[in-house]
Design a protein around this ligand. Structure first.
Ligand code: C2G
Ligand code: MPG
Ligand code: MPG
Ligand code: CA
Ligand code: CA
Length: 345
């Protein structure tokens, strides 16, 4: 048994973005394989194969805590926890703090940096901000997603989706409900492309961009409230493929009324959308690591493709958006085939 002893604090009863701070420390520790005990004052210590002692009120922002046998857990210069082996039990005589100090004197101390914030009433706002930013699929957040956010997701979508997720956090909405809602929004947007008026096209474009933004909220709420699921992850990706196809199909149907050749272009754009997703997902399935293509890559990920459609709608030049998706997407697919062949992996 791995035992986590967490010194209790009044502040753990506070709620932050839909969960108590108590749950926000308990769940990640349990996920890391620890049995969690909150204690006040002194505590008895049952025998365990390892002990994690957390002495400071803390909000852990690291997603998947891996404690590589390092003894001190530090964040931004403050020590909030200790990880000791079974022999720690021999040092314990009722006074936990003294036992920690004696153990540290006898054993080599190696620190492990973990992303966490020291909790206090004053910095709850800052904690909330950091907690929200920890949900973004970026390298710095320690997430290991199938792929990291594209440029439009990073610079535009997440800024807005995090605000929506903040609002949704206190409400009983599940990630899968948001996934389905996001898909339905794309269906409405697609249908509006068929009306062939500039106003309808403009609104359709805005709705497609909104769909792209809401596509971030299901994952954000899942990570924020520890509600991730395999089915949800699968459905998120699968409905995106349906939406990609539907959006391009409706745009192509509309464009084809001036020239039937647009069907060729639409067909290639739909395939390009699919092959970008497929080459990424197949990479993750086979290589079992985040798809993080080399230095040069054409940015034509889903966030970018939907943004091109949004721009195309605004400037009433959707043909150009579809051409860019068809050309850049297929070239990037080819590039991945060639680049992976010589990648040292
Ligand atoms: N997830 C989940 N359940 C859902 C939806 C998502 O558990 N119903 C989790 C899964 O772990 C999934 C991840 O969230 O792999 C996807 O994260 P998102 O933040 O939704 O990112 P994504 O949809 O890939 O990209 O601009 C927006 C982004 O491009 C959205
Ligand atoms: C109309 C733009 C239409 C231009 C279509 C010509 C492009 C044809 C082929 C490009 C493919 C390039 C192939 C490269 C291959 C690389 C390997 O239309 C713009 C609206 O219709 C207005 O309502 O603005 C509009
Ligand atoms: C209608 C133009 C339709 C062009 C369709 C041909 C698209 C050809 C190639 C696409 C790119 C393929 C990339 C493959 C890469 C492989 C690695 O019609 C033009 C009318 O004036 C509209 O009113 O512009 C018009
Ligand atoms: Ca999503
Ligand atoms: Ca999605």
């Amino acid at each position: 048994m791995k035992l986590a002893l967490v010194r209790d604090s009044e502040i753990y009863n506070r709620k932050l973005l839909g969960l108590t701070l108590r749950d926000r420390i308990k769940v990640p520790l349990e996920r890391a394989g620890f049995k969690v005990r909150f204690f006040n004052g002194d505590t008895s210590v049952e025998r365990a194969e390892s002990y994690l002692i957390i002495n400071e009120p803390v909000l852990i922002l690291e997603r998947d805590i891996e404690l590589n046998g390092r003894k001190l857990l530090v964040s931004d210069g403050f020590t909030f926890g200790y990880l000791f082996e079974e022999d720690f039990h021999a040092f314990f005589d009722g006074d936990l703090q003294m036992a920690i100090e004696r153990y540290l004197q006898r054993n080599s101390i190696e620190a492990q940096q973990i992303w966490a914030v020291k909790l206090s009433d004053e910095n709850l706002k800052l904690s909330e901000k950091l907690l929200l930013s920890s949900l973004v699929k970026a390298k710095r957040t320690g997430l290991k997603p199938a792929y990291y956010d594209g440029i439009i997701a990073r610079t535009l979508n997440r800024r807005i989706s995090l605000r929506i997720s903040k609002y949704l956090a206190d409400r009983n909405v599940t990630p899968n409900q948001i996934t389905v809602l996001s898909f339905l929004i794309s269906v409405i947007g697609s249908a509006l492309f068929l009306l062939n008026s500039y106003l309808a096209t403009l609104i359709a474009g805005i709705i497609i961009q909104l769909h792209s933004i809401i596509d971030g909220c299901d994952g954000e709420i899942a990570r924020l409230k520890f509600m991730e699921s395999k089915y949800g992850a699968w459905l998120d990706g699968v409905l995106d493929r349906y939406a990609d196809f539907l959006i391009i199909f409706c745009i192509t149907l509309s464009l084809s009324q001036t020239n039937g050749l647009y069907w060729v272009l639409g067909f290639l754009a739909a395939f390009a959308s699919f092959i970008i997703a497929y080459t990424g997902d197949k990479y993750v399935a086979v290589y079992r690591q985040t798809y993080n293509s080399g230095s040069f890559k054409i940015p034509i990920t889903r966030d970018v493709r939907l943004f091109l459609i949004f721009l195309g709608a605004v400037f009433n030049a959707l043909a150009i958006s579809v051409i860019l998706i068809a050309v850049l997407g297929n070239i990037e697919g080819l590039r991945r085939i060639i680049a992976l062949r010589s990648a040292k992996l």
